[in-house]
Design a binder for this molecule. Sequence first.
Ligand code: C5P
Length: 216
Amino acid sequence: MPSTLTIAIDGPAGAGKGTLARRLADYYHLPHLDTGLTYRAVAQMLLAKGWPLGDAPHAVEAAQMVDLGRLDKATLSAHAVGEAASKVAVIAEVRKVLVDKQRAFARQPGGAVLDGRDIGTVVCPDAAVKLYVTASAEVRARRRLAEIEAKDGTGDFATILADILRRDERDMGRADSPLKPAADAHLLDTSEMSIEAAFLAARAIVDDAMAKRDAI
Ligand code: C5P
């Protein structure tokens, strides 16, 4: 039987897990799903219709309509959509619908890389490798600001830092599937690391986990 490699990557907003997930997916030739985009898609549909973000029945309907093959990163990546996404992400019924879709993606032959907040704990508890990627809130805010400025936008460091801290609180404090490292996750603090250094560290963790698994 061909071996399956599922890599679960979790962490707070701006820790660099998205970049890391894409790099690992490229390197190991695996499909990649940024699960944050699924929550963002639900939030965007509600915003477009003018429905409140806490409107559970409409949010569930929107979640059912999410098509993993049609997630448009360009329109979903706006900072405000991320903030809105964290509000719909507290609705347990929305999570249930999206988690089913994410699990179907993870079950592909050969495996997959998924990144989000609850991948190692809820979506793929049996993943071969789990990474919990963090960085200090100040570093994450600085990176977010640089990202916005790279797209010709402007931002204010203090406002972005406050947004990040609020989002952390919402993601870590919610009752259903709060953001936390899985018991068997490898912690990777990227505060002092370049993207390349973080990628090499993550690769070493994955290779080591695969070697141990293959030795059994
Ligand atoms: O990762 P990203 O910033 O795109 O995620 C947006 C929001 O979606 C997060 O702040 C979080 O509230 C929610 N989310 C989640 N579970 C995931 C991925 C994202 O609750 N697996």
